[in-house]
Design a protein around this ligand. Sequence first.
Ligand code: S3P
Length: 449
Amino acid sequence: MTMAQHSHNHPPVPMTSIACTGLSGKISVPGDKSISHRSLILGAIADGQTTIQGLLEADDVMATASAMRGLGANIVKQENTWFVDGLGNGALLEPTEPLDFGNAGTGSRLTMGLVTGYDFPVKFIGDASLSSRPMGRVLNPLRESGLQVESAEGDRLPLTVHGAPLPAPITYRVPVASAQVKSAVLLAGLNIAGTTTVIEPVMTRDHTEKMLAGFGANISITMDEDGARHISVEGQTDLKAQDVIVPGDPSSASFAIVAGLITPDSDLTIENVLLNPTRTGLFETLLEMGADLTIGNRRQSGGEDIGDIRVRTSQLRGVTVPADRAPSMIDEYPVLAVAASFASGETHMLGLDELRVKECDRLAVTARGLEANGVDCAEGETDLKVRGGPVKGGATVETHLDHRIAMSFLIMGLASENPVSVDDTVMINTSFREFVPLMTSLGANLTVS
Ligand code: S3P
């Protein structure tokens, strides 16, 4: 069994969280998932040996590591360092087996882009959640470069792609705010002669651009008069191996942050968190809600802003979260909805269209979890209203193979009147294996139920 298969077909492990007070201590969360995937992918096509410190060792990223091995890279861990050796000259090998991405949307979509410039077939498979997610958003632009796609059911996994012998560079205006789509097209451009350009009207996380520049790609970014970013990469220029240091994942930090805010008498610190402005929408929103959050030890590492976040118990108030903030906090809405449940007044979150196509329909599943636990909320087509107050709790939330739903509702139970259960916690391993031990070390009461 490969590491990518960990979370497939598992027996569920339900868990319950119980109210607590005085969460305290200092923790570090594991490495950023987005940067981890990209460091393996770029390492696999760069010349020389890439080293990675702080790689996220969760199932999603391990699936990308297996996929890069399947494409010819040698990837090993020694002591605390991961070593990635590509074949050199941007070469990849035709995989002999399907690439199994488990639950990993980012790994699968970025790899579809990566292999678009290579004339061989690659089969992509994944778990039930990944197999229900739309892949057309990345396959459509890649088809313009000549990618052939065979899928049983409307651009969903399982599917096989085959790059053209002479793929064409494209200029593509990204129609949805998606870093995965942007990144897939840019990665495709790396092995296509000529200039590939992505036009991004709404800025999304910029790790691909930053890391491509760091690996020596010929990349340029300009802004047009409408504020759209034009990102161009020159194909078939060699990338050079890098020493990557991965900072702590702000999306993982968000669970401990909200826990510290909603439980009485808490004071905790999360060290070494990535503070790239394309990722900090949740912090901004919580500050507007009156959260006592302070950032210390601000520094730069590997071209990224990082810092330590101190959180103290706060009475939050409802706010309106504008739609244009969604890309910088897209994975944080479930846990924001939990924070909003304990706030005074109404929190109105706008521009949530993309939540419908995450690991599950996160807008609907979040609303059902809130309702089940007695929280007054209203789910619109693309928005969510949450009216806060004391939270009754007492229900079991259906997590639909979604790690962030599981973690968010376990946080709710730390401050609700009755315990909150989730039907399965195995999927937490896709992004944050240390979630339960770290939360327990701060004083949280989580038990397998
Ligand atoms: C990611 C982009 C986002 C995000 C995902 C990670 C990335 O997805 O939800 O968790 O690393 O590029 P979209 O591009 O679909 O918004």
